[in-house]
Design a protein around this ligand. Sequence first.
Ligand code: PMP
Length: 332
Amino acid sequence: MTAPKPKRSTLDLIGNTPLVLLKGPSEAAGCEIWGKCEFANPGASVKDRAALWIVRDAEAKGLLEPGGTIVEGTAGNTGIGIALVANALGYKSVIVMPENQSKEKMDTLRALKAELVLVPPTKFSNPGHFVHTSRRLAEETEGAVWANQFDNIANRKAHIESTAPELWAQLEGRIDGFTCAAGTGGTIAGTGMGLKAFDEKITIALTDPHGAALYNYFAHGELKAEGSSVAEGIGQGRITANLEGAPIDTQFRISDEEGLEWVRRLLSEEGLCLGLSSGINVAGAVALGKQLGPGSRIATILCDTGFRYLSSLYNPAWLEKKGLPVFPWLQS
Ligand code: PMP
């Protein structure tokens, strides 16, 4: 029997996540679709990796004194990662989040000892936006650093140094394509760069939700958003520092309905309970698989756990309010 090696620190639990073959998506695409189980990180999302790399980078630069504070603006998952890394290393965390994100993420942050600051959701150009609010709070707080996940490339470095080599090892060097959506862009850019360093021929595809501007940017060179999405944590309107130079070969635009259909199928047919960004990623992976053809091997990211969205994605009243289909077994 081989069991995972015992770890000497909680922080060593970050990364090295399992990879699982997704049966329904593989059948739909006519090739292999693999999902990287990022919900298996201690903070239950892909963002634990970025949080750890950002904090270690700040330490290495001498920006964090013992007992110091880490401030971050986030849709929630990065905040959860920062809070648990801060606890493990003896720092405080202050997390700024738009108040339209899931209640579960807010409750989790409070439970993790983070100081939670909620702000109204606004455009990035508004000074009250969660990113600008977090920067100001960091400037005003003594001994604080601003994690700045959008423009701090320690974020994508996490994926260059961990996610990409893990995928390469897990798939034994036989991978034809990788795709995921972008929030900060750290995952797509970092994993893309890391995989290209192993094999330039691996196709890197951006999967963009509706309401984001990157599809049009990579397809037509114009940052232009169309439609909207209820997916949390993804949907970018600008080229962040993490996205600069991202090796994107092709791109897909995926609707909430398509993403939600994969969330429903993966739950009911394969026992995976996921958030909507994972469903959107899987829809993108199926599209990429169809493009690359039979026999190809595609990997994508299962970003976070569906348990984080019980009051939204898995709540019939919420789905109805958003005009989205209710899973049959939840209908009254
Ligand atoms: N899915 C979820 C649920 C997220 O919270 C995030 C992070 N914002 C992403 C996907 C996108 O990851 P990244 O920031 O690396 O682009």
